[in-house]
Design a protein around this ligand. Structure first.
Ligand code: SF4
Length: 131
């Protein structure tokens, strides 16, 4: 089974794979290599990653098989969460963040975008090939 089909079929495993990738990133950081550049708030990141995996499972979607993309979107969302207490979408936000008009995840358009385009605007959630 390819890693793509495995991650689509088993989102819990996908979350573990993203965590493993981040752990390797941390290991490299400890040895002077590449840093996870999107957030250093590991606890909050893990919590939000669990939430988006749960959302994907609940609605029959999957996450982008590109783990770097997931790490970027959820990492930037983590920074917004730390700043505001809410999961503001990093792809649709104002700069600086404007809690009075920016949208939280999942956004109102996510289902229509996933059904129509195959993925949400951020390319975080994807339509499952089995739905
Ligand atoms: S585009 Fe919508 S569903 Fe996708 S990450 Fe942003 S808020 Fe969430």
């Amino acid at each position: 089974m390819s890693s793509l089909s495995r991650s689509i079929a088993e989102p819990g495993d996908f979350a573990r794979e993203v965590r493993d990738a981040l752990q390797k990133s941390r290991d490299r950081r400890l040895h002077g290599g590449t840093v996870n550049q999107w957030t250093k708030r590991d606890g909050e990141y893990q919590s939000l990653l669990d939430k988006v995996v749960g959302l994907a499972q609940r609605y029959g979607y999957t996450l982008n098989p590109d783990k770097e993309r997931v790490a970027k979107v959820v990492g930037l969302m983590t920074e917004n969460f730390v700043a505001s207490g809410k999961m503001f979408c990093p792809c649709k936000q104002s700069h600086p963040l404007d809690p009075t008009k920016d949208v939280t995840c999942p956004c109102p358009e996510w289902k229509a975008d996933i059904e129509g385009e195959g993925h949400c605007f951020c390319r975080l959630f994807y339509k499952s090939p089995t739905t």
